[in-house]
Design a protein around this ligand. Sequence first.
Ligand code: C2E
Ligand code: CA
Ligand code: CA
Ligand code: CA
Length: 279
Amino acid sequence: AKNSGRDNLQFFTPELNERVLRRLQLENDLRHAVERDELVLYYQPRIDARTGALAGVESLVRWMHPQRGLIPPADFIPIAEESGLIVGIGAWIIAEACSQHRHWRRAGIGAVPVSINLSAVQLREPGLCATLDAALRQHAVEPAQIELELTESILMDKVDDTIAVLRDIKALGCTISIDDFGSGYSSLSYLYRFPIDKLKIDRAFIQNMHSAPQNLAVTNAIIGLGHTLGLQVVAEGVERLEDVDLLRAAGCDELQGFYYSRALPAAEAQAWMAAHAAA
Ligand code: C2E
Ligand code: CA
Ligand code: CA
Ligand code: CA
């Protein structure tokens, strides 16, 4: 086995080699991304479906790589998770979102509820609640202003452990939503056991709703299920006025998507909110 390193080299085609190198380099660069201040949060508005008012914003991380430019989360969050770097990065995201919340409050925008995406690794990490609590205190953010988004698949893995962590998060006073709902394998019979506040319907259903009646049926069913369980229901990936009309008619509570706005850098999100409030 000692010599196998050299023997293995023959299996690396130039393309594979390049991919492995790129990946190793990204992981190495990611190690310094927080201290070099290369990560940024973008914010996408969520809209109250009934009133059209701003309901909050979702924070979405991006990496401003000095050589490669803006890297979307799908290209580095998995690397962060596999390498364990997500714990430090996730703590930065939580602190930054809380700091932004305070900034907007002081800038006169008001208290804008901010949602934060949590990865599976963060949820299993024992320090999560302490990290959250410290960020809330440091930036004097009311816990109810922070919503944590977890995907359906994270939830269903180790159900009892998950429930315990979710209870701790709820005890802090934060709210919890299930992201990408309908895309995974969630057992509906478990759903009522989780101390959650919201379902976010996976955007795959929303995007084909206008042309595929079965997607509209699923969307309606999720809204009905959510309301039966006493949960708020959010639709993401809302791109057309048609979607807005269908979702309003279906009784959906909040809408999010390109129809209203893309995810924007903090300053642009602030300008959007100021203009939206005035309109
Ligand atoms: P997600 O949580 O489901 O976030 C929604 C994604 O859909 C975002 O992509 C958003 O820009 C995009 N989106 C919003 N509205 C529309 C629309 O109308 N049409 C279309 N086609 N897309 C829309 P983004 O920012 O690239 O994020 C992708 C995923 O990366 C997120 O999916 C989330 O799973 C993950 N992610 C993003 N930020 C974070 C973070 O801070 N922490 C963690 N752990 N994961 C994150
Ligand atoms: Ca910064
Ligand atoms: Ca999300
Ligand atoms: Ca989602």
